[in-house]
Design a protein. Structure first.
Length: 203
C-alpha cells in the first residue's frame, strides 16, 4: 500500500468540481435585481384582477342545428356569417365542432368571460346537499332495469307503428295516383262496345 507522503503535493485527485463562491454570489444578486425590476413593472401595470372561479354552462351548446345544410360563403361576409362556428365573446370563427368545444372550454375564452381556470372548492355542506338532491331525484324517477327494458320495448313499438303508418300513407298515395291516371268510363258504353275496360293492368 502506497503511503500518503508519496502523493505529489498540489495534485487534485478528488475529482470534485470546485465552485467559485464569488461568481455564484454575483449571479444571485443579478437574479434578485431582475426579480425586483419585474415586480416594479407589474405594480406599474395596475392592480391584479381577481377572476371568478370556473362555473358550469347555463346554456346548451348548439352543434347540430346546421348539420346537412349548405351555405354560400363570400370573403366579404361578416365573421358571424362565415362557414364554421362563431364565438361572439372572442370574435373568432372555428371551423369544426371539436375545435369549437376546445375553444369554449379553453383558457382564452374563459379569461374573456372573466373566469380563472380554477374551480371553486366545494364545502362539506354543499356536497351533502348535492347528494340529497340526487337521492330525491332518483327516488322520484324510480329508475330500475325493468323500467329501462319497458322503455326500450315502448320505443320499438312506437317505431313499428310509425313504419306501419308510413306504409299505409304510401299505399293511399299510390291508389290516388292510379285513380287519377285511369280515365273514367261509363259502364253502359263499355258494355255496348263489347269490353269491360281498356286493358289496364292496374286495379
Amino acid at each position: 500500500m502506497a503511503q500518503s507522503g508519496n502523493v505529489a503535493a498540489g495534485v487534485d485527485n478528488t475529482f470534485r468540481k470546485k465552485f467559485d463562491r464569488e461568481e455564484y454570489l454575483q449571479r444571485a444578486r443579478e437574479r434578485e435585481d431582475k426579480e425586483a425590476q419585474g415586480k416594479a413593472k407589474s405594480k406599474s401595470r395596475g392592480p391584479i384582477v381577481q377572476r371568478k372561479p370556473l362555473k358550469h354552462r347555463d346554456y346548451e351548446v348548439d352543434l347540430e342545428s346546421r348539420l346537412g345544410k349548405t351555405q354560400v360563403v363570400t370573403p366579404i361576409a361578416p365573421l358571424s356569417q362565415q362557414a364554421g362556428y362563431f364565438c361572439s365573446v372572442c370574435e373568432c370563427v372555428v371551423k369544426d365542432s371539436a375545435n369549437y368545444l376546445d375553444h369554449i372550454n379553453g383558457k382564452k375564452h374563459q379569461r374573456a368571460l372573466g373566469m380563472s381556470m380554477r374551480a371553486e372548492r366545494a364545502t362539506l355542506e354543499q356536497v351533502q346537499q348535492r347528494f340529497e338532491v340526487l337521492k330525491k331525484r332518483k327516488d322520484t324517477e324510480g329508475f330500475s332495469e325493468t323500467d329501462f327494458d319497458e322503455r326500450i320495448l315502448k320505443q320499438q313499438q312506437e317505431e313499428e307503428e310509425r313504419k306501419r303508418l308510413k306504409k299505409e300513407k304510401k299505399k293511399e298515395k299510390k291508389k290516388e295516383k292510379t285513380a287519377e291516371e285511369e280515365p273514367e268510363i261509363d259502364p253502359d258504353i263499355a258494355a255496348m262496345m263489347g269490353f269491360g275496360g281498356f286493358g289496364s293492368s292496374k286495379k
